[in-house]
Design a protein. Structure first.
Length: 331
């Protein structure tokens, strides 16, 4: 491969979770190698059928091509699936690629398979425009730094809580391995990166605040405080307001007041105090001794209407915020 700065056609073959050029080109996060081709201004990715749906939802490209279809074309009547690089070469030949610019870390094994294509490495950054950061990119860099800081802080907490026993460290009653420590470090970062919803579950009051603070620092966008009126949480209205001000949604469960764990009056007053915009309605039904699941929401809405809450406020709690938690588009 010769060194060259400019090239009309650009080719990357890499997993985007560890390759910044691929992630920049596609805005698609994947842990396995896939193909990106920019040819005559058109940006194409080749994805497996397993990744195709997610790719079409998130990748910022012009065209999607099925790797599995290309693989079948190469395999023909053979009983053995062809190697990845054979499928890649087949795709590029179908696109009549005669020359391409590739990153300096382009795998040598792939290059050897493409000996009939004139490959040139970029001299400097593969995407020169990456040198100038947009406001959105600066925001994401800041979030990445906060995730890293949160992860390292969690690692220090785990290590300080561990006790030596022989040649091992014992944490939470079991040997502390690198895999366990890594999971503790990465969990909030993974939630943030994949834009997942984090719920606090049956944590105690202090644990809820610790988790919400760490999640906010890690860049988690959707946080739900699970049934704050439940006895094992029993968060005061001041605590609920503080968590709502941090950006958390408060889950208002039908079963909590229905089973007498809190009065309906206090449950509704908590909604008013923190604001309907920070609450999300949930039935928490499914028990044989409670009403059927499908009856929970109408019964809860009737209580809210009788207490004087407006239809628009209830719609926000029952529909708008529920769709937010589910990751669905706003209506």
């Amino acid at each position: 491969m010769k060194d060259q700065t400019n090239g009309e056609t650009k080719l990357i073959v890499a997993p985007s979770d560890i390759d910044a050029d691929m992630l920049y080109a596609t805005k698609f996060w994947a842990g396995d190698p896939f193909i990106f081709l920019q040819q005559n201004g058109k940006r194409t990715v080749v994805l497996t059928d397993l990744e195709m749906g997610r790719g079409k939802r998130t990748a910022k490209v012009d065209e999607f091509v099925s790797f599995n279809q290309l693989e079948r074309e190469v395999q023909g009547k053979s009983k053995q699936a062809p190697p990845f690089e054979k499928v890649m070469a087949h795709f590029l030949r179908k696109r009549c690629v005669k020359s391409a610019t590739v990153p300096g870390n382009f795998p040598l094994g792939y290059a050897r398979e493409l000996q009939d294509i004139d490959l040139s490495t970029s001299n400097g950054l593969f995407w020169p425009e990456r040198e100038a950061k947009t406001d959105e990119e600066l925001k994401l860099i800041g979030r990445a730094l906060r995730i890293t800081e949160t992860g390292l802080k969690r690692a220090m907490e785990v290590l300080k809580a561990s006790k030596p026993k022989g040649k091992k460290l014992i944490w939470s009653g079991k040997p502390l391995t690198s895999e366990l420590l890594r999971a503790e470090i990465e969990v909030l970062g993974m939630v943030a990166r994949h834009k997942m919803c984090l719920a606090t579950g049956h944590l105690s009051r202090d644990e809820i605040f610790a988790v919400v603070d760490a999640a906010v620092d890690a860049g988690v966008e959707t946080i739900v405080v699970t049934h704050p009126e439940f006895p094992s949480q029993d968060l005061s209205v001041d605590d609920q307001s503080a968590l709502a001000n941090k950006g958390a949604l408060l889950e208002r469960c039908f079963t909590t007041p229905h089973t007498g764990k809190v009065t309906w009056e206090q449950w509704i007053e908590n909604i008013r105090a923190t604001g309907p915009e920070r609450s999300v309605l949930s039935t928490d039904l499914g028990q044989v001794f409670n009403p059927p699941v499908e009856d929970g929401m109408p019964l809860m809405v009737d209580r809210l209407l009788d207490a004087g809450l407006g239809e628009e406020e209830i719609y926000v709690m029952a529909v708008v915020n529920t769709r937010l938690v589910a990751g669905a588009e706003a209506l």
